[in-house]
Design a protein around this ligand. Sequence first.
Ligand SMILES: [Cu+2]
Length: 341
Amino acid sequence: MEKKEKVPVSIITLVVGILVTIISLWAGQNHGLLPEAASKQAPLVDDLFDVMFTIGVGLFLVVEGTIIFSVIKFRRRKGDDSDGASFRENLPLEIFWTAIPSIIVIGLGIYSVDVYRQMGGFNPNATVIAHHHTPSHQQMAKMPGAAIAAPLITNAEGIESTEVASKYGFGAIPTEEGKTADVVVEITGIQYGWLINYPENDIFYAEALHIPVNKDIQINLSAEDVIHSFWIPAFRLKQDAIPSKDTQLRFVATKVGEYPVYCAELCGSYHGSMRTSVVVETQEEYDAWIEENSTLAQQQELNQAIAVNIASLSDSEYLKPYSQEIGIDSETLNQINPTQY
Ligand SMILES: [Cu+2]
């Protein structure tokens, strides 16, 4: 019987290798697993994810492919009761399969640290902005005795550096380093919600986080009770809000739209409902929102000022602002209870 011509194994391996590479690269670019990317930081994270996904698909195909191939090719044939071939130690092979994952993991490590750096992860508090609950750190520094109260981590740069050491989170991206953010928002996590405040604009308890597009935004995060985590998937940003430890998030949103915000730290029974949204607007829309809501805040203050004089009001007068809410007009109120003080 004539011997059948065979394709050399090295050629088959080469073709399989090329196929696996092409499929992996395609999958890495077309997985469609990530939500819309709407911040300057997002593409950095997405590129890293794509690289990891590409490697993951490649490894999956090689490992699973080898298993399936072996199961079929080396299966027990009918009537074959002999033992399988015995293999013991193969140093070059062991070095090979240890080296490859090591290189991949170290490479991904270095890459991800660089992404973190580009996102401003090593730069929180590049510009010191005080939390609204306390007097500004600059003011404190001027007070007599403040140096004693400050943590004793001073160095050549003096008190300012203790502030730098006291914050965690994402700071300015390298191109914005040393600059003050365009918009500063104070956000406090409580069980179960986010309190969104714009102290500079007199807006408190905003219904959502409104920010202008393509501007440098800084969020100062704090928590009242337990640890929460402020997560904006569309921005690829997540930062813990920690009681008695201020953290920050700084970013630039690049797409107008509304994106969900979640609490990403299991914080109690209603953690799942701890949501809000971020509304990215044009500068004009944002300015209009600020104006509208600042005025609202002023009106509320005015209402409170009037309410102080309740002693001089009749029941119906006093109840008038509420009568509309409960669906009774003031005439009816007067008939029900005509008593005057
Ligand atoms: Cu929470």
